[in-house]
Write a protein that binds this ligand. Structure first.
Ligand SMILES: [Zn+2]
Ligand SMILES: [Zn+2]
Length: 51
């Protein structure tokens, strides 16, 4: 089983959260509902930042 961790807060995700692809490099980005809700920015390894 792959461990899913929120890219913003680093907490592991259970069932709440979203996984999507970085618009820039296509790498998986994982965010928990909490970070999404309060609008924490994410930053991909490639340097792409999003709301
Ligand atoms: Zn989070
Ligand atoms: Zn990226």
């Amino acid at each position: 089983m792959t461990e899913l961790k929120c890219i913003s807060c680093g907490k592991s995700l259970n069932k709440e959260g979203i996984i999507f692809k970085c618009p820039s490099c296509g790498k998986k980005i994982i965010r928990c509902n909490h970070c999404r809700k309060i609008g924490i920015k994410y930053k991909c390894e490639c340097g792409f930042e999003g709301p």
